[in-house]
Design a protein around this ligand. Sequence first.
Ligand code: 13P
Ligand code: SF4
Length: 302
Amino acid sequence: MTQEEILNRIKGLKKEKKALILAHNYQRPEVQAVADITGDSLELARAAAKTDSEIIVLCGVKFMAETAAILNPGKKVLLPERNAGCPMADMVTADELRALKNKYPGVPVVTYINSTAEVKAESTVCCTSSNAVDVVNSVDGEKVIFVPDKNLGAYVSSRVDKQLILWNGCCYVHDCLTREEVLRVIDSHSGAKVIAHPECRSEVLKIADAVLSTSGMLDYAKKTDAMTIIVATEIGMLWPLKKTAPGKNFIPASFNMVCRDMKSVTIESVLSSLEEERFEIKVPGETGKKALNAIRRMLSVK
Ligand code: 13P
Ligand code: SF4
């Protein structure tokens, strides 16, 4: 089948099965092109929360499909690639979080949405990169347990009046970018603005003009007067950025910033997913119910 035939078949099946295709901003351009909605983690969670579709195809990684499944018990949530995960989500387990909670009794837990359903179920509230500061400010008390991303946690720490107890997790894609690499790119593009995802190290965030979620980057690109923008996040972002602000120049901070799991989803796997209704992501009863409380609480914040 040619790419065009695959795309047409996906569009046909989507209509026939009344399916909703959600795609994260890092997905391949051709996958984003067949999606009904593209966005950052918060936008995808919001879209999943309000859909009437009986089938949701989540083009992204497992925690995103789990979040959609938690919000839609009884609906079919499909992840086109069975093994598309987020390594950071597996850096803290429910047992480890329970042990941390025992060490700090009564301290609320804010959990980044890049986490497993079991960890969400042990949490007070979830957050994403776009609402983390507001979510942390929304919980009671001066101390907050924040898992699993130490970089996002350190960034939030610098913006709130609370003490954050951090976990030693991180995203390998963002954490490998150094200040020196970014400075070299800045040197060869004078006048450029730097935008960075909060999963980057604080040494990178300190030299950024703006720290933003992936969709926050799209807004920034539309509004800024700068014509050249250095982008410190997964390189898949370059496609939606160019589409949103076609006249502007987007320079990757590093070509090494590739998320293998995000890129494992292809239009071929989206087609098989719709045809065979695979791979269904389910979150069992009690875990789903407890995780839903943490997600719902997040959605009520911002
Ligand atoms: P966003 O919510 O900003 O899209 O980030 C998701 C993610 O996995 C970044 O690595
Ligand atoms: Fe996870 Fe990093 Fe990939 Fe985002 S870019 S899905 S945090 S591994």
